[in-house]
Design a protein around this ligand. Structure first.
Ligand code: ZN
Length: 495
């Protein structure tokens, strides 16, 4: 970092009153992203600090996938137009957002190639070749890749970018029920990574029928509520039924040698999760990271005068050694040219979860002053047991982040039972408004036409009790049209 950057370290925008500008500033000043070149709006550069976060999230998901029968593979980034056209819903669903390659070098291609917006249409034909008998099922492959969706919206790092990193899992099964179990298993894993790694509680449910993934039977989702009251679709897992298997001939001979059509799923988790991470936890001092993901979990800042330097620095170095031996990711900031206050601000901006302050007092008393990034709480740790002590502090920081995010959700689910109530509540508070719904898209449209809000999810029947006690008791009527309501819709503004 140059001196010029240092002069402008602090965050100047308000998270509460200028959320978009604040978010962009955190991404830039914490060294996470740059925007793409001129003429390429919508593309971003993920700098090493951001990419490192992605690698950790990736590692967590990848381990879970491999523990549950998934193998990684890689497929071409281009899809022949004729392949894309084989599943008509995919073409219709993605057509306006597809980027096309028409030339290879100077030659015009005979058939233009789509840059993958999602890979069902290039993966399914190979699954068809690999599956012959029921013994080949279930088949589970995943790829870590980027996809391109040419949306004309304002760039928002990680939330809205034309190219984004993700994983896409694709599976084939003998029965409808097995495919459904697979769909929910992946949703469970997404929920677990959000809650246990990203410190973000999520709500689970499914998308309304008219908002499913193109060609899917059912699209399930985990939704996270951001502090500005908007919902983020955290990840989706799709039961594709037999539409792709029929379009691409994924068939198998069953135990009686009968030819049958497989049932498939696909599921994806993208770097939008990093957007949710930054937006949820960070503040007006900059980035806040959970210890699970932080590149440095602890930064040690020695505080010395010239006559105490050797003693303080020696003590700090031994503390660092102990932490490293215990597997803690730790950084010693022994720069001579910076004063401690400057260092504190810089590491706060970068989101390091715990700061150790070590001066002559700490050396004398055999102690360490530890400071939590999210709220500045100071704790005194015993030098002898620093490795165990720091683990407790890291756990506490994680718990604080999760609790704050959970409180945001708990306080921001409200009920409404008529149109004015839905619009008024969303307008005043944001958050989720749950309401009885007849299931008709027109009733959602009536709200969406008045306000940029939509039905982000419908809870699973099994989860209903957990999330709401009485919305559908008795004879519920759709809040918009008054017809019988047999579903509960969660309306929200969304990213
Ligand atoms: Zn209705």
């Amino acid at each position: 970092m140059s001196d010029d950057d240092d002069q402008t370290l602090g965050i100047t925008e308000s998270k509460e009153y200028a959320t978009g500008d604040w978010y962009a500033e955190v991404c830039q000043k914490a060294g996470l992203t740059n925007y793409g070149p001129e003429g390429m709006s919508g593309f971003i550069v993920a700098r090493p600090r951001a990419y490192g976060l992605w690698e950790r999230v990736q590692g967590e998901l990848d381990a879970r996938f491999k523990d549950t029968g998934v193998q990684n593979a890689y497929f071409p980034m281009f899809i022949p137009e004729s392949y894309l056209e084989r599943e008509k819903d995919i073409v219709e669903g993605f057509d306006p957002e597809v980027a096309w390659v028409t030339h290879g070098g100077h030659e015009e291609l005979e058939e233009r190639l789509a840059v993958r917006p999602t890979s069902e249409s290039i993966i399914a034909p190979y699954m068809s070749q690999w599956v012959r008998s029921h013994r080949d099922l279930p088949l589970r492959v995943n790829q870590w890749a980027s996809v391109v969706r040419w949306e004309a919206t304002e760039t928002k790092p990680f939330f809205r970018t034309k190219e984004f990193l993700w994983q896409e899992g694709h599976t084939a099964h003998e029965t409808h029920d097995e495919a459904w179990e697979e769909t929910l298993l992946r949703l469970d894993q997404y929920e677990e990574v959000y809650e246990d790694v990203l410190a973000i509680p999520v709500m689970r449910g499914q998308k309304p029928d008219h908002d499913k993934f193109p060609g899917a039977d059912t699209t399930t989702t985990v939704e996270a509520l951001m502090p500005d009251g908007k919902s983020v679709q955290g990840a989706t897992s799709h039961h594709l039924g037999q539409s792709f298997a029929e379009a691409f001939d994924i068939t198998f001979s069953d135990e009686d040698e009968e030819e049958r059509v497989a049932h498939t799923t696909s599921w994806g988790f993208s770097w939008r999760s990093l957007g949710a991470l930054i937006m949820t936890h960070s503040d007006e001092q900059g980035l806040v990271l959970p210890p699970t993901l932080a590149p440095e979990q602890v930064v040690v800042v020695p505080i010395w005068q010239s006559d105490t330097k050797d003693e303080v620095l020696g003590y700090a170095e031994e503390v660092v050694d102990d932490l490293e031996d215990a597997g803690v990711r730790v950084e010693l900031d022994d720069r001579d040219e910076r004063n401690p206050g400057f260092k504190f601000n810089e590491w706060e901006l970068k989101g390091v979860p715990v700061r150790f302050e070590i001066g002559p007092h700490e050396v004398e008393d055999g102690e360490i002053t530890a400071v939590h990034r999210p709220d500045g709480e100071e704790v005194t740790l015993d030098r002898e047991n620093v490795a165990e002590g720091v683990q407790a502090e890291l756990d506490t920081v994680y718990a604080k982040l999760f609790a704050a995010a959970e409180e945001n959700i708990e306080e921001n689910v409200r009920d409404a039972d008529d149109r004015a109530g839905i619009l008024g509540t969303l307008g005043q508070h944001g958050g989720y408004v749950r309401t009885p719904w007849c299931g008709d898209e027109d009733c959602e449209d009536e709200i969406s036409e008045q306000m940029a809000a939509e039905i982000v999810m419908v809870p699973f029947p099994d989860d209903e009790e957990k999330h709401h006690d009485d919305v559908l008791e008795g004879d519920a009527e759709c809040a918009v049209c008054g017809d019988d309501a047999d579903e509960t819709a969660y309306f929200a503004k969304s990213y």
